[in-house]
Every structure is written in structure tokens, then in C-alpha cells.
Design a protein around this ligand. Structure first.
Ligand code: FES
Length: 120
């Protein structure tokens, strides 16, 4: 049965202007990211070659624009790029952007009285 694990206070998360906090829970490194005032947990493990996925850059994506010709940026700050070989994963759902055969586990994150908890 999943349990809640304390990560930090929202104040601590915001005060250091970090885009993520990486913590160890039950022997696994899990990162908490904030996107539009909601928190998301992602396993710090890349399924490509076991790189520290969540230590990479938080990026966006590009898509073909309405004119069908130009590229436009989309989903700013919703994607984590692995620092080893730049595979990209959706922070909210864990799906690999580059290859849909791969994904990374994600975790629910709850906020209770200003304190952030990962459910794992
Ligand atoms: S280990 Fe992450 S892209 Fe290769």
C-alpha cells in the first residue's frame, strides 16, 4: 500500500527557485517538479542507459504550427531532458517524447498544509 513521504515545504521549494527537488524514498531517487502550481514526481532513472534523468534540463517541445510549415515551441517547462544523451520525457505522465516504447515511472504528489509529500 502506497505511503506518503515528506519532501519539503512549498516555501523551501519556492525559496531556492529550484525547478525540482530530488530525494531518496524507499531506496529510490525521486524528483519532484512543479508545473503551473502542481507538483509531479518522477523516478530519477533513465530507461535508456540508467542515467540520472531528473538532473537534466527542464525544457519544452516543438511542434508544427497551424500553417503546417513552421515550428513553434510548446509545452514549455513540462519536459525533462536526460543529461546523458538528451532523451526527453513528459514530466507529468512519464512518456518518452523520442520513442513511445519507453517511459519512466511517475508518482502522485500531495500538498498538505504547505508541506509536499510523494506517494510511493
Ligand atoms: S541514459 Fe538517458 S538518454 Fe541515455
Amino acid at each position: 500500500m502506497p505511503e506518503r513521504y515528506h519532501v519539503a515545504s512549498e516555501e523551501e521549494f519556492a525559496a531556492e527557485e529550484r525547478s525540482r527537488i530530488i530525494t531518496e524514498i524507499r531506496g529510490k531517487e525521486i524528483a519532484v517538479f512543479e508545473i503551473d502550481d502542481e507538483y509531479h514526481g518522477v523516478l530519477n532513472y533513465c530507461p535508456h542507459q540508467a542515467g540520472p534523468l531528473c538532473e537534466g534540463r527542464v525544457v519544452g517541445d516543438t511542434q508544427i504550427g497551424d500553417d503546417g510549415w513552421t515550428w513553434v515551441s510548446a509545452r514549455d517547462d513540462e519536459i525533462i531532458s536526460c543529461p546523458w544523451h538528451s532523451w526527453k520525457f513528459d514530466i507529468q505522465g512519464g512518456d518518452c517524447i523520442d520513442d513511445d516504447r519507453y517511459s519512466v515511472p511517475t508518482y502522485d504528489v500531495e500538498v498538505d498544509d504547505g508541506e509536499i509529500y510523494v506517494v510511493a
